[in-house]
Design a protein around this ligand. Structure first.
Ligand SMILES: [Zn+2]
Length: 370
């Protein structure tokens, strides 16, 4: 075997070479060097070429103590990589020399396994997962949009999920409301949703509000949440939620659907436009058909709700570019998306005066000022 070059731990390795963790997943989760990709020794043959195509890249492998990383370096050399080395003493020596590393923090071993794909994900990591676990997300509506939102944010490990819905499951819901199932027909949607969420992820605390959101209960229910998801199907609740958002300064992840089309956006109070900046008044009730009357392709709320879940997670993590100031339009029939840039309306009756947020009122179906 060719002699393997060994290099001592130093911060230079992280900055100037590609430092690769070749330990097993369980070891990785107990702590690792920040920003280092993870390929267990047994996966090098498959995963290394996918990660690095330039055979002249300077590669330094590390394991726990520095023996498996020698094997990894020899193996990479045999694969044709020209500049490989093993970090002497491994992660143990790295830590002992006081160099920076990322600890799994507050996560239990079980959580570290459950969220392993988040923990190894750049931009999320153990810190991000802890953030998700301490976040509170309220979902208004446990129907077509609320179903995928609830399932995905629960799977992602959002620590507290509030569900607000006064409806019961009926058999016409099952064509699109995938959180409910046939044996839940007749049950309250909140109970039905809790059952699925708890079966999926016991980490999630589910707070149920089997009531209709109105001006009298909105502050009691929604205070203390970090993000609100508008998964409603009617204009009065949507306008009320906008007013709540401006009062409590909680961002709203909005979506609405009609037949084969949907739209989704994020309303971050006073940072971007609010719902009323865009839609000062809803369409007249005779035009504003609800799902019941207009029909809807069953998978459409799945697509739009999944985008809402994505945005809610991004808001919690402070990650990427959210849909604040943009409306994403989706046309399922053409399989096409388009985007509208939208700005705050300085004359907006709801958000133009930050010091005087709108008083909560119960809107009639027209949502027009009395
Ligand atoms: Zn506004």
């Amino acid at each position: 075997m060719v002699a393997i070059r060994q290099v001592p731990p130093s911060s230079r390795l992280r900055e100037e070479t590609l430092l690769i963790d070749v330990r097993e997943t369980g070891e990785r989760l107990a702590g690792h060097i920040e920003g280092t990709p993870h390929i267990p020794v047994g996966r090098l043959q498959d995963d290394l070429p996918a990660l690095i195509s330039d055979l002249d890249t300077e590669l330094v492998f590390y394991c726990a103590t520095g023996s498996r990383s020698k094997v990894a370096a020899a193996f990479a050399t045999a694969m044709g990589y020209t500049d490989t080395a093993s970090m002497d003493g491994g992660f143990e020596r790295w830590r002992n020399e006081g160099l920076d590393w990322v600890s799994p923090g507050q996560l239990t071993d079980e959580q570290a396994m459950r969220y392993a794909r988040h923990i190894t994900l750049p931009g999320v990591g153990a810190r991000g997962q802890e953030r998700l676990l301490s976040a509170r997300v309220a979902i208004v509506g446990a129907g077509g949009l609320g179903s995928p939102v609830a399932l995905y944010i629960a799977a992602a490990g959002i620590g507290t999920v509030g569900i607000i819905d006064d409806d019961r499951v009926d058999s016409t819901n099952l064509q699109r409301q995938v959180i409910h199932s046939l044996d839940h027909v007749g049950q309250s949607k909140t109970d039905s949703a809790r059952e699925r969420i708890s079966a999926l992820n016991p980490d999630v605390k589910v707070e149920l509000y089997p009531e209709k959101l109105d001006a009298a209960n909105a502050f009691r229910i929604l205070s203390g949440y970090d993000v609100m998801v508008d998964a409603t199907d009617n204009f009065p609740t949507r306008y009320l939620l906008n007013d709540v958002s401006l009062n409590l300064r909680i961002p709203v992840v909005h979506a609405s659907i009609y037949r084969f089309e949907g739209q989704v956006s994020v309303f971050d109070p006073y940072q971007g436009p609010c719902y009323r900046c865009l839609f000062p008044l809803p369409p007249p009730p005779e035009i504003a058909a609800s799902c019941d009357a207009g029909g809807v392709l069953g998978v459409l709320p799945g697509v739009m709700g999944t985008i809402q879940a994505t945005e809610a997670l991004k808001v919690v993590l402070g990650l990427g570019e959210t849909l604040v100031g943009r409306i994403l339009l989706y046309d399922a029939l053409a399989q096409r998306t388009s985007e509208l840039r939208v700005a705050r309306n300085p004359e907006c009756p709801a958000c133009s005066d930050e010091q005087n947020p709108p008083e909560l009122i119960d809107y009639d179906p027209s949502c027009r000022p009395a």
